[in-house]
Design a protein around this ligand. Structure first.
Ligand code: FES
Length: 85
């Protein structure tokens, strides 16, 4: 479980263990593109700013993971994750 925070508005939502970041983003009213929802198409790419994302996608390079995540499959290993959405 962790708290997802939108950098722009400061809005936040609690994401339960095993919960979907995409669902939480939509609940917050963030407009995030999504297609495959399986970490392979690249549509749901977001920039992250703070926290420790857990990457489960198959599209981002190690370098891209330092600044971006794929919201449909990413998890979080910290209490709080701040994303630009
Ligand atoms: Fe395809 Fe996230 S929706 S990678």
């Amino acid at each position: 479980p962790y708290t997802l925070v939108l950098a722009g508005s400061g809005a936040s939502a609690d994401v339960p263990a095993g919960g979907s970041m995409l669902v939480a983003l939509r609940a917050l009213g963030a407009k995030v593109e999504a297609s495959c929802e399986g970490g392979i198409c690249g549509a749901c790419k977001l920039r992250w700013l703070e926290g420790v994302p857990v990457h489960r996608d198959r599209v981002l390079t190690p370098q891209e993971r330092e600044s971006h995540l794929m919201a449909c499959v990413a998890g979080c290993a910290s209490d709080r994750l701040v994303v630009e959405a």
